[in-house]
Design a protein around this ligand. Sequence first.
Ligand code: B4P
Length: 190
Amino acid sequence: MLNIVLFGPPGAGKGTQSERLINKYGLVHLSTGDIFRSNIKGQTDLGNLAKSYMDQGKLVPDSVTIDLLRAEVLKHDSAKGFIFDGFPRTNAQAKALDVFLKSMGASITVMLSLDVEDEELKKRLLKRAEVSGRADDADPKIIDNRIAVYHKETAPVKSFYDLQDKLISIKGMGSVNEITERLFVSIDAL
Ligand code: B4P
């Protein structure tokens, strides 16, 4: 199995690049952000809970997110592999994912971490707000909070994979095509 953690700050291009990777490598794309947004749209209990955190730029609690992710993986028992987009976002999520994959006789192959400067992230998210209707993209203060939460709670997850020799940092500045090419080169060299 090829199991990729596509990692990076909010607006780094995880969702954008995931679309291209699934086409080339035939992987199942699991985006916790997308799953939360579809629950918000359907006004489910999970959606209402997630919205109360996402609208403030906070992370949804680990207990909820980990259970959700496990359930999604189990829906795809014949998958060639997964792209985990936006998960894990905390060390607790990373540990839980390792334990869960091990129970299935699998593991993470690589973490591809997109490095993008904070000012560029803010520009991208404000631009997306013009079309996305996402409350968490529209307010510069909430964007600042998402970036601060990333540096404090999420960036440490890189060390978790670095210690396992699975971290590859990718320059996430430049055109979408240039970044896709860098990702393809790294994956093809695995
Ligand atoms: P996510 O849905 O994961 O999304 P994201 O961080 O906003 O963005 P992503 O990196 O995917 O950006 P994209 O490609 O779209 O998270 C949203 C929220 O959900 C979190 O804040 C949190 O509250 C919650 N959540 C999700 N997972 C969680 C977890 N595991 N635990 C707890 N909470 C969780 O790119 C952004 C924009 O930039 C797009 O408009 C795109 O077109 C543009 N763009 C991309 N690449 C570009 C490039 N190279 N140049 C110019 N623009 C580019």
